[in-house]
Design a protein around this ligand. Sequence first.
Ligand SMILES: C[S@@+](CC[C@H](N)C(=O)[O-])C[C@H]1O[C@@H](n2cnc3c(N)ncnc32)[C@H](O)[C@@H]1O
Length: 286
Amino acid sequence: MNQEDYASEDAYAADPGSGEDAEATRRHAGEAESSRASRSWWDRNADEYQSDHGAFLGDDRFVWGPEGLDEAEAALLGPAASLKGKDILEIGAGAAQCARWLAAQGARAVALDLSHRQLQHALRIGDSDAPGALLVEADAGRLPFRAGSFDLACSSYGAVPFVADPVGVVREVHRVLRPGGRWVFSVTHPIRWAFPDEPGPEGLSVAASYFDRTPYVEQDERGRALYVEHHRTIGDRVRDVVAGGFRLLDLVEPEWPEWNSQEWGGWSPLRGNLIPGTAIFVCERD
Ligand SMILES: C[S@@+](CC[C@H](N)C(=O)[O-])C[C@H]1O[C@@H](n2cnc3c(N)ncnc32)[C@H](O)[C@@H]1O
């Protein structure tokens, strides 16, 4: 089957396709298989991801997605001045650009990622003279921190779209946050799963059911998953954060700004002006 047959894939990833022989399909993928596939996919593709998107992400900017919404303006974690002295965890941090911005605001930032290669890029980019983030290699489903370690947690397209048990991740975030702490995360806007993942006009016609939660999987000739992405509807995501012990304060759907002429996979000015591409959930711990 052809990757173009599927509605949404490679969210915010380096490039469509995981390898020459990858077959794209929709099938069940559990926690262990998803985690294993993500680790090796991001290890293999981190160099390309950082080389393709590093300039847009910036070494120490906090960008919420391909639209370019910047935390410096959006203040979804709170006003920048309020971040000073806070313990903040970034999940699925990649090369830790966001965590580096948080550290520059005076936060004690921890950047966690499953991929060793992504964290090597964090080391490469990190300037030893600038405030940095502590780097931790771990799975979002098993956070290696004591309960109540952080004031805030965030994730820009990190981990959440790739895990089979999103409520498990929310519960882990709840455990490591202090009462009243915010958990803010961005994912591909769920409506995108109904459309082909193409930046041009072919990406504007509904091609699949929005309600089909079957994961998108790229697999090798032996059926081993190379890349897995999980779809949840907007309602599912709201129920996930509530089930994990959070209140939903806001759901931000960034509009495509006039200044942004870049294409990033299926994200483009054409589609961005018509349908949302990113959903950002702003949650508060009970
Ligand atoms: C699309 S990238 C986003 C990286 C970064 N936040 C950015 O904006 O460039 C997704 C990241 O999530 C990480 N990731 C995927 N599954 C994960 C998991 N289960 N636990 C922790 N990190 C994970 C990947 O290794 C990758 O670095």
